[in-house]
Design a protein around this ligand. Structure first.
Ligand code: PMT
Length: 420
């Protein structure tokens, strides 16, 4: 059994319909050898019974702050002291608000305020409650306090609506718990909707600039330095932003794709032309650099086709191209509210991408592994990890269109929630 077998979780069950899922979570934690002691709020007991929680956890369930018998057996402060991790699932809007404001008026909130242990929350609530300004503020406060979030996801809700606010599945929460217990937690980004059609209108009135495709750096009138980018990812992003209501300028290197409908497309060849076209397209609310800009160009472009001399070597002197993304990311004036880069790596994906995000002044970097066999350059699918200042999130392999829709949905939400 893993090193998890000696770990203890204090599970605080909040009052929501998703409370029933915690029964499965308890079972799975115990299968891993993790001991679970549960606390249930008064509301939680309407959705799951203390008896079923006690049967599955094999431990007494605590419900009352002022229980003489419980205090005699184990003081409420001791409950959190003996735990390696505190998990709140479902974390209702009410519990999140109490945590964010330091309220302590029942056993659950008192434990949460009195602990110095790591806290992981799995929010669950109606989508309007999740999107409400006070919840958005509370989530930001808790994230700044170091609270780890698992979810919520989006999907059909018990209230008949569809959207974000659905509690993560027990296996997802389990994975987050394992990561938190083993110390290699990457704080997940706040949950934004998965790819969905509901993005329509989310970027109404916004301006988005996207770069896409390769650049061609001429060697002579017929030869050039290039790479294998097809433009599929960047073009899909421009199309998704347009579908979300944005006014979009796509600055595209040479590709064999049609211009996306409704998008202003500027065709360029070289990195320098791309830089100028991007600057001309500003100001914008969002800049997304999905192009595979050539890092180098020849120091000089031969005016005529270079001739080969029999058997002789030919060398090229390369100089660095302007870094378009870094220029936008570090801009003092007219910097887009969100600057998003891509990182195409063949090894140490996350480490290199994190460094690139910092070096280029990006709010978010989308890391994709373009190593041998990945087929990301030119292919239809992409598997990306989003890296921001406050965490990272790995998405499964998706079509480039799905990556684009998900990315645009996330950026729109981020922009709108931040009221920028
Ligand atoms: O076009 P596809 O076939 O659909 O493939 C998609 C893709 C692999 C090209 C795309 O998903 C991707 O990863 N794009 C970025 C490719 C890249 O050049 O990555 P990079 O790690 O070398 O550059 C990092 C970032 O800096 C990128 O946002 C890039 O646009 C930007 N950059 C790089 C160099 C430069 N001189 N100027 C830049 O703006």
């Amino acid at each position: 059994m893993s090193g998890l077998s000696k770990k203890r979780v204090l599970l605080i069950i909040g009052g929501g319909i998703a409370a029933y899922k915690t029964l499965d979570l308890i079972r799975r934690l115990r299968e891993k050898g993790i001991a679970v002691r549960a606390v249930m709020t008064a509301a939680a007991q309407h959705f799951a019974t203390p008896l079923s929680v006690a049967s599955l956890s094999g431990e007494k369930v605590f419900t009352d702050l002022f229980s003489l018998t419980d205090e005699a057996a184990i003081g409420h402060i001791e409950l959190s002291r003996e735990a390696d991790l505190i998990v709140v699932a479902p974390a209702t809007a009410d519990l999140l608000a109490k945590m964010a404001h330091g309220l302590a008026n029942d056993l659950a909130s008192t434990l949460l305020l009195a602990t110095d242990k790591k806290i992981l929350v799995a929010p669950a609530m109606n989508l309007r409650m999740w999107l409400a300004a006070p919840t958005v503020r509370n989530v930001a406060t808790l994230r700044a306090d170091g609270v780890i979030f698992s979810g919520p996801g989006d999907g059909d809700m018990a209230c008949g609506e569809y959207g974000p606010g659905r509690m993560s599945e027990p296996l997802e929460i389990l994975a987050a718990i394992e990561a938190a217990l083993t110390g290699d937690t990457v704080l997940p980004l706040p949950a934004y909707p998965r790819a969905d059609a509901a993005v329509a209108g989310a970027l109404d009135g916004r301006r988005v600039v996207v770069t896409s495709g390769p650049t061609h750096e001429p060697i002579d009138p017929v030869r050039y330095i290039a790479n294998r980018s097809s433009g599929k990812q960047g073009h899909a992003i421009a199309a998704a932003a347009q579908a979300a209501g944005a006014s979009v300028t796509l600055v595209s290197g040479p590709v064999a794709l049609a211009d996306p409908a409704g998008v202003t497309t500027v065709h360029v060849e070289t990195a320098d032309e791309m830089r100028r076209a991007v600057e001309a397209a500003l100001p914008a609310d969002i800049f997304i650099g999905a192009a595979a800009v050539a890092d180098w160009r020849t120091a000089e472009t031969a005016p005529e086709k270079l001739k080969k001399a029999a058997g002789a070597e030919q060398s090229l002197t390369l100089v660095q191209n302007p870094d378009i993304l870094a220029a936008i990311g570090w801009r003092d004036r007219d910097r887009p509210a969100l600057v998003v880069g891509f990182a195409a790596e063949t090894e140490s994906l996350i480490e290199h991408a994190q460094k690139k995000r910092l070096a280029k002044g990006c709010d978010l970097i989308v890391a994709n592994n373009v190593g041998r066999g990945s087929n990301v350059f030119g292919g239809e699918m992409n598997e990306v990890t989003l890296i921001a200042a406050d965490g990272s999130e790995r998405w499964p392999s998706l079509s480039k269109k799905e990556v684009a829709t998900k990315l645009i949905a996330r950026l729109a939400r981020q922009l709108n929630e931040a009221r920028i």
